[in-house]
Design a protein around this ligand. Sequence first.
Ligand SMILES: [Zn+2]
Length: 353
Amino acid sequence: MNRIKPLDVSDSSANKNTAISQIVQALLERKIDENKDRLNELSTLRFVEDNLPLYKQNLEKRKNAYALLSEEERILRENRIAAIKNLSYEQRLPWTNTLTLENTNNFLTTLPLSLLNISNLEKLDYSDQNNVILPWQFDNEWNWVHGSIRNVPFALSEEEIEKDFQTDKKYPLMKEYYKRGFMLIGRTSQDWKTIYQTSVSPHVSKNDEAIEAYQKHVLVHEFFHTIFAKFRDIPNANTLIIKFKDGSTSTFAEWRNAFLLSMKEEPLYTTKYASIYDKDMIDISNGEKGQDAYWLEEQLCESLTAYYLDIAPNEYWWTSFEEFNFWNNDQQKRSKRYQLISDFYNADFEVIE
Ligand SMILES: [Zn+2]
């Protein structure tokens, strides 16, 4: 992080102008440093490695909760997952570090039937399993140009990396960023029916268990996209009715807006990944359409995943989603974010045609 020099007020105005432009430059450099750090998956995987016992324990809890369900409920979930036609597209290669199909199938049964029933998920696609996804274009402050990606073959040797990047003269530093862990993991198709499994680069982690735990985080995140995307626009957001456990109801549009307002009161992001979708970049008062809704959806997907696991990689190193308050104004013990996300996760749903 750059240190900003204090402004010397005793100088002439020309010197003051120079001092001001130096401050502006230092602020820009600090912003660039922060933005680069947001994209760095090295610290994300380090967080998972450091907290691996907790990840395993929390994943086990979800698995045990499934085992304790009535047989009827278990069969309904299994049937729902079996009804997803062609769940696997292409075989998983044994040397990649994506989740296996069997692992994925078993894992999906730990999600509530109410959520499985409103998901668009139809396919798990392994055609990108041999790739690592790099965010590819950045503006001059190093904000990622959303959607710009490049696939880099997984597990390249040093010489192969050198060769692969030689042709990309436009981005001469990208090779270094690949090694440093600037990458995205997993993605969902434009029609929100297919989740693509992608690998975690060995430059980022060599811990197979930590990689598996984070791949599960990514799968839950992508799963929520397969629910939310079709309700992104306001007319569609009004067709999803949430029936909360306490008997009250709300439209998805209303609940999403409550979540947006809670983020203004609780300014910290749930995860470092969520902070890529920086609220400073856009006007969040208009959080109901286009890019804004997409920004908000990323926050929802990360927060629901944090709820599912009760832990998610973050720069404050908190280890319980339930216990962290995201620096809310009144320092309540439990965050509004937790309450809203918990209400949604445990609700029933109805879609009005
Ligand atoms: Zn996402």
